[in-house]
Design a protein around this ligand. Sequence first.
Ligand code: PEP
Length: 249
Amino acid sequence: MIRPLIAGNWKMNAGGAEGRALAEAVGAGAAEAASHCDLLVCPPAVILAAVADALAGSPVAVGGQDCHEAASGAHTGDLAAAMLAEAGASFVIVGHSERRADHAESDALVRAKAAAAHGAGLIAIICIGETEAQRDAGETLAVLSGQIAGSIPDGANAANTVIAYEPVWAIGTGRTPTADEVAEAHAHIRERIKGGIARSEEARLLYGGSVNPKNAGELLAVANVNGALVGGASLEAASFLEIARQAPS
Ligand code: PEP
C-alpha cells in the first residue's frame, strides 16, 4: 500500500494574512487525516516561510509552486529550489499546466526544474495531462507518454518524484474524467514510468483536476491513484481536510 499524499496548490491566492490563517487551520485539523495520509500545502512563495513556521510541529509539509532550473544567477523574479528548501519547503510542483501554458514551459524545461529540485533535496511533483482537444482526438495516452519521456530527469526515484495527472480541461472547471478514464490514465502512467523512475511501482501518482469533498472518495479509490493535487478546494481548510479524510487508509 502506497501512503497517499493530499497536496493543496493555493496558486496565486491567499498570499498574506489569509494564507497564514489557512495554514493554521489546516495544521490544527490535520491530526485525523495525517493518521493515514501525508498532507502538503503549496502557498505563494512570499508566505512560504511564514506558512512553514505556522506548520512547524504539525504533520503538514510545505512546498513551492515552481522553481528555476538554475541554482543561482541573473534570473530576475525567479526562485532557486535551494531557496525554497531554506524557506521550509520539502516539495515543489513543476510543470503545472498553468506554467506550461502561461510561460510556454517545455518538457525539457520541466525536466531541468525537476532535476534542480532533486539537487536541492526537494521532492518534485511533476505535472502532466492532456488538453480537451487532445482527449477529443484520442491522443491522451500518447500525450502522457511524451510528457513522461520528456519531463522526468535522471536520478528520479519513488522517494524524490511524484507524478500528478491533471487533465488540463478538468482544472478549475468542475469537470472530471470518469473513474474508468482516470484508471486508464493512471495504469498507463504506472507502466510508462518504469525505467524513468527507480522503484516505479512505489511512486506516488496523484490525480488533480476539480477534486472536491463530494468526488474525492470515488477518485481516490481508483487503482493507481495515490492521492490528489487539489486547487480550489484547498483554499478552505475544511474542504481540504475532508478530501484528505477520504484518502484510502
Ligand atoms: C490544480 O491546479 O492543480 C488543480 C487541481 O486545480 P483545481 O482543483 O481547482 O481544479
